[in-house]
Design a protein around this ligand. Sequence first.
Ligand code: SF4
Length: 135
Amino acid sequence: MILVSACLAGVECRYNGSSYPIPEVVEMVKKGDAMPICPELLAGLPIPRPPAEQQNGMIISSNGEDQTSDYLIGATIALKIALLINCNKAILKSNSPTCGCGVIYDGTFSGHLINGDGIFAKLLKENGIKVCTID
Ligand code: SF4
């Protein structure tokens, strides 16, 4: 089974209540070949919510709140689901502090990118699940 970031499947779960649908991902979900998941919603974070970025290993919202523990809870629950469904691959939204893979925003809320993984992408990789990203 393949996991996909729910926002890539057209679910309006991003911080500003938008989605980022990718037609191929939507089609995979419709056919039952992939399951959408949003770790931030699993953490109980609201829609809308302030954007957040990683800063020195923590996840900080744009209003300065340390939300690392919330984001970690969501990523851990999402990992549990991934393992339950025998997920072997995930297609995740780029640049996100949760789902980003290889490249994430740098914590300055200025659009700059740095090398790094989102908290969920990192957990998946550590558990042997292949992760790729889509812009
Ligand atoms: Fe999309 Fe992942 Fe952010 Fe949820 S946590 S809105 S699935 S990028």
